[in-house]
Design a protein around this ligand. Structure first.
Ligand code: FE2
Length: 193
């Protein structure tokens, strides 16, 4: 079960409307390398981790990613707050408005909707952890791209913090991958038949 704390993991206080940035940032909500994909990927994969250490790590990081979804959603909400329909259309958010009004909807920045194929589970601990390490590196790279696209310190601060968390997650997955590598060496060796 989860216990909800009514506060953000890192404070978000964006004072300046920036619809273009909101359009790009949505990818960290519903894109393939985004926080929703990460949370659901890890919380789904945890059941087939071979021991409690693996299950605990996937639960731990998957849970933190839920808090990151909340941060990204809050950022998009603040970046788009009080926007007129004309402003949304001008910023390329007219298609989102047509389908969803002012609601948040998980897509990437091209408008491609979230899909469960982002879960990427094989049930093989080495393959899944390698996927997770790559996912963390890709999320870090996307955060860096997003940081390059704004000069608002209220946006850059939380993005830098989120980028840092991806590095921490990558290192924790790598540690587990290396531990399992010894244990499941036979899985990554050539087979006779
Ligand atoms: Fe992460």
């Amino acid at each position: 079960m989860w216990a909800y704390q009514k506060r953000l993991q890192y404070p978000i206080n964006i004072k300046k409307k920036d619809l273009r940035m909101a359009k790009y940032l949505v990818t960290q909500y519903g894109g393939g390398n985004g926080e929703l994909a990460a949370a659901l990927r890890y919380l789904n994969q945890r059941y087939t981790m071979p021991d409690n250490r693996g299950k605990a790590l996937l639960t731990d990081i998957g849970t933190e990613e839920l808090a990151h979804i909340e941060m990204i959603s809050t950022m998009i909400y603040q970046l788009t707050k009080d926007a007129t329909v004309e402003e949304l259309m001008e910023a390329g958010l007219g298609t989102n408005y047509a389908e969803h009004g002012p609601a948040l909807f998980p897509t990437d920045s091209n408008g491609v909707p979230f899909t469960v194929t982002y879960f990427a589970a094989t049930g093989d601990p080495l393959a899944d952890l390698m996927e997770d390490m790559a996912a963390e590196q890709k999320a870090r790279a996307v955060y860096e791209n997003l940081i390059d696209m704004t000069n608002d310190p209220d946006v850059i601060g939380p993005l830098l913090w989120l980028r840092q968390r991806e590095i921490v997650h990558y290192n924790r997955f790598k540690e587990l991958f290396e531990a399992y590598q010894q244990q499941y060496q036979s899985k990554i060796e050539p087979r006779e038949n």
